[in-house]
Design a protein around this ligand. Structure first.
Ligand code: SF4
Length: 267
């Protein structure tokens, strides 16, 4: 078992009993990590982990499905697309280890959702506050493009994560995350169709029971390096998300104690 696996399976400190949500998320994570439902993605994630990129040749790649990461009491859920081949597929933690993560975590830190602006290694102390990050597909896909059938295979995990968390706000990173989330609501009969919920950067729609969906462009290098997406654009949307949560009665300043958050970051 590698050090990351040991950290993930490490027992929580006994002075903080595990909440029902933490327990459920931990069980879900274990199931996700063991998943091999998509043969194409299993072959790709494991081959990338074996062959490695030259710059990371000394790393032991994670090479498995990447579970959600963050605060188990989060009121904000971020839904991305899929792990990066040499990012999350290497680190084992959502949106870390590549340029997308550099952009995203700086923005989350600036907005008060993360305790530090970077997340380069699994033991770097990164903690999310009131936020959990997950993805439509949990395995790194070739060309960053999971097939519709692979997203469908993975959808049940996202549904369960949503049911455990019951977030007040969902932030979709890109159109696929937006469509997958709305697809779940359509499948459940919460909305009649996805038509009428058009994705755009800065889009926001009110859904069931006080839940609001926000959309931003995906923080891919293609978007950030061409200037299509800037830090100012993310900051503006994250301010709106924060304001919405505060208006909904979520106390963003009185999150559980630091020790508890520290432990929760590894769930
Ligand atoms: S993408 Fe999801 S369903 Fe497919 S193998 Fe990975 S974890 Fe399993």
């Amino acid at each position: 078992m590698c050090s990351l696996e040991r950290a993930r399976h490490a027992k929580a400190p006994t002075q903080f009993p595990m909440s029902d949500k933490e327990r459920s998320l931990r069980l879900l994570n274990e199931e996700i990590i063991a998943c091999r439902k998509c043969p194409r993605l299993v072959e790709y994630r494991e081959r990338v982990a074996r062959e490695k990129r030259l710059a990371y040749r000394d790393w032991t790649y994670w090479g498995k499905p990447v579970p959600g990461f963050g605060d188990p009491e989060a009121q904000l859920l971020i839904v991305g697309l899929a792990p990066g081949a040499h990012g999350s597929n290497r680190t084992g933690r959502m949106f870390t280890g590549d340029r997308s993560g550099v952009f995203l975590y700086q923005a989350l830190y600036d907005a008060g959702f993360a305790n530090q602006p970077t997340g380069a290694t699994p033991d770097d102390g990164l903690i999310l506050r009131n936020l959990r990050i997950t993805a439509a597909a949990r395995c790194a896909p070739p060309d960053n493009k999971p097939l519709p059938s692979e997203i469908l295979n993975c959808r049940g995990y996202l549904e369960r994560e949503i049911d455990i968390l019951r977030p007040r706000a969902v932030l979709a990173l890109g159109k696929i995350g937006w469509d997958v989330f709305l697809g779940i609501l359509k499948h459940r009969g919460t909305i009649p169709a996805r038509v009428g919920y058009r994705f755009a950067h800065g889009a926001e729609v009110d859904l069931e029971a006080g839940l609001r969906l926000f959309g931003v462009y995906h923080p891919s290098q293609q978007n950030t390096q061409t200037g299509l997406l800037t830090p100012v654009m993310y900051a503006k949307v994250l301010r709106r998300v924060r304001a919405f949560l505060e208006q909904s009665g979520v106390s963003l300043e009185t999150v559980p104690g630091a020790q508890k958050r520290k432990r929760s970051a590894s769930v």
